[in-house]
Design a protein around this ligand. Sequence first.
Ligand code: UDP
Ligand code: MG
Length: 318
Amino acid sequence: MQLLSVVIPVYCEEAALPSLFHRLTTVLGELEDLALEVVLVDDGSTDRSWEMIQAQHAVDERFVGLRLSRNFGHQIALTAGLDHARGDAVVVMDADLQDPPEVVIELVEQWRRGHAVVYGRRRSRAGEGWFKRVTARGFYRIMQRISPSPTPLDVGDFYLLDRRALAQLRVMRERHRYLRGMVFWLGYSRAEVVYDRHARHAGSTKFDLGRMLRFAMDGALSSSSAPLTMASYVGMASALLGLFLGLWAVWEKLTDPSAVIGWASTVVIVLFLGGVQLATIGLLGLYVGRIYDEAKRRPLYLLDQVIGGSVSDVALEE
Ligand code: UDP
Ligand code: MG
């Protein structure tokens, strides 16, 4: 029997976990010809999430748990789960039931038709404010423009990977991770399933504005070096502008010897070029900082505890 792994990052989700367990068991129970493994990654929760995961494992061994040594963030928690998933296919989803488990059945269907990567594409996002909707929409559109690999719009961390795609993704150990971008980079045969994103079932979002900005930055800088190219275009454009202004100043001097060329234009040019240079150096700094982070070669995450690690080997037997 083939095994389906479902990887779910959990950070202080005690309010959402009971219905998550319930929905997963009932909905995924419909997949009769697939064995199931749910890998819950506790990303350093400070509430009762880990105890609840342990309790769930005690009643249903298909639920296994990894506890990271501290909060490493959503993308790293997902990575830890993907590293430990043993399925023939693995689905990634959130703990808050915003991505409905029913859609997983459709993802699996597409996988069975032979697609290596199947992603859920949001048609709508319920329960999220206009600010999140507008910024998310803008973000995905910019990402599509600057990313060299084909990037579908409105796709979050809700997708299915077959074993081969997963193996390749595991090899990519970069530190600033934007997993969905990495998944798009993989290529292979892909399919999409359109769905409506629900409101959060319980609890509140773990992404405040600062976290969202950092995440957007990681996405843009890790998927593309287009910002560097743009910076050099801006640099070239301003150099050209400076050249024309200089020619104009010379022309004024030659045609009208009495003209006093005001210091204003000089100051404007100096400030403008200074600004462009600082911005460009800052941008370079962002990339250099990332090189430094990579050069340290630290492990991406540390595990504190694992429960049910080898149990699903039993479930794997025909
Ligand atoms: N999450 C995590 N570590 C974090 C923040 C969030 O593992 O540091 C998990 C969280 O428990 C949830 C998923 O990542 O399962 C998505 O988070 P959330 O629903 O808060 O994000 P949103 O849907 O609002 O973008
Ligand atoms: Mg959510």
